[in-house]
Design a binder for this molecule. Structure first.
Ligand SMILES: Cc1ncc(COP(=O)(O)O)c(C=O)c1O
Length: 409
């Protein structure tokens, strides 16, 4: 008779084998932003500013490009490194903004997140030392740990005039045995943007010691302090590094082109590393979907007005939010140079997770706790200002009420 149902397990085997992942994976932090959001999602009365996401639907011409490609039958695998049309388009775009960039340096990825993971897979092995400038988007800090790498954090220092990088101390931390430096500027969550002199010093130091630089340029176009007449783009390592340098830039369509749900990004890397990324992509996702890549082509080709409008809107939102936050009792915030976040300090607040949960419960206000961005973020709260002014004002009123109540208690 044929037996049906699960094979019986030897009790010794059942006891000895864990049903879960390896220790490094179990040690990964779960998202504390999610923890706050879970407390309030589904409630109609909550004003959410917790996630880092533009509040607008992707522009119609970009959506139409994806729809047209799908309707045209673009449903097959594509090249590992991306379709030639998108790679060419990205190479042209990066060459216009930064330096001449050959198509052999371009890799298309299924998101900025995937770009960061692929590059780390290629460069970081067990025990390798990586240095990460913090406060930092939590995903980036966890990536090297997944691969067994060592993640050493290097904090920026908060002053109400701006976040400060202690360059000498950073260079001392970048010891010759360091494999890779992660740097995200304009930064999530602080909005800090690096200046050219610091970039040059870091590049020279890393050249001397053979250290890779991974610049996460997700917010390079959401930059508010470009000199008049210059394009809205933050200083980039790509401007000063040669294609032969150990410098990698990752990017995403998510923020500047309002395409978070499309999951499309790219990498600019030395051509030999790009060849290796093709192999790695085969074993990760094989390729990005063709019809999504067509949307990427349309975004870069016709999207400059979208970026200009978004930057103008976010700049207005930043100025408004920062001015009003600084006028509240016990709040200190530095003016962010880019990205879409205000990262503010609350006087006397030492548990940002509990504070943010109480904002949701007591006031229907959804913000992200600073502790989500590392221990250096404790005492701070992140507010995504990709929103209209009346919505920001409604949130500010709720925050003010809670602050006044805390003061009175
Ligand atoms: C600093 C930073 N890098 C990369 C990303 C990745 O974006 P995506 O995976 O949507 O392309 C994000 C998203 O929030 C980010 O904040």
């Amino acid at each position: 008779m044929r037996q049906s149902g699960p094979l019986p397990l030897d009790p010794d085997v059942a006891m000895s084998s864990s049903l879960n992942a390896r220790p490094a994976i179990l040690a990964l932090r779960s998202s504390k932003i999610r923890e706050v959001a879970n407390a309030g999602m589904g409630r109609d009365d909550v004003l959410p500013f917790w996630f880092g996401e533009p509040d607008e639907v992707t522009p119609e011409f970009i959506r139409n490009a994806a729809v047209a490609a799908l309707q045209g039958g673009d449903t097959f695998y594509t090249q590992n490194l991306g379709i030639p049309e998108l790679r060419d388009t990205i190479a042209g775009y990066v060459s216009r903004l930064h330096r001449p960039t050959p198509v052999e340096s371009v890799t298309v990825t299924n998101s900025g997140m995937s770009a960061l993971m692929l590059v780390t897979q290629a460069l970081v092995g067990p025990g390798d030392r990586t240095v990460i400038l913090t406060p930092m988007w939590p995903n980036l800090v966890e990536i090297p740990k997944i691969l067994g790498g060592q993640a050493v954090t290097f904090p920026l220092r908060f002053t109400p005039e701006g976040w400060q990088l202690d360059l000498d101390r950073l260079l001392a931390t970048l010891t010759p045995d360091t494999r890779l430096l992660y740097l995200n500027a304009p930064n999530n969550p602080t909005g800090w943007a690096i200046d050219r002199d610091a970039q040059k010093a870091i590049l020279e130091h890393c050249r001397r010691h053979g250290i890779w630089i991974l610049a996460d340029d997700a917010y390079e176009r959401l930059y508010f302090d470009a000199p008049a007449g210059q394009p809205d783009v933050a200083p980039s390592f790509l401007d000063i590094a040669s294609p032969e340098d150990r410098v990698v830039s990752t990017n995403t369509f998510s923020k500047s082109w309002l395409m978070t749900g499309f999951r499309l990004g790219w990498v600019i890397a030395p051509p030999p590393l790009t060849d290796t990324l093709a192999t790695l992509i085969e074993y990760n996702t094989s390729c990005a979907p063709g019809f999504i890549q067509q949307a990427g082509v349309a975004a870069i080709r016709d999207g400059e007005p979208v970026i200009a409008r978004t930057v103008a809107r976010f700049r207005t939102a930043r100025d408004h939010l920062v001015a009003r936050l600084n006028a509240l009792p016990g709040i200190r915030v530095a003016r962010p140079g880019g990205a879409m976040y205000a990262f503010f300090q609350v006087d006397g607040m030492t548990d940002s997770l509990t504070f943010c949960k109480s904002l949701v419960a007591e006031a229907g206000l959804g913000l992200a706790p600073g502790i989500a961005f590392g221990p250096e973020g404790e005492g701070f709260v992140r507010w995504c200002f990709a929103a209209d002014i009346p919505k920001l004002d409604a949130g500010l009123e709720r925050l003010e009420k809670v602050l006044l109540r805390r003061k009175a208690a």
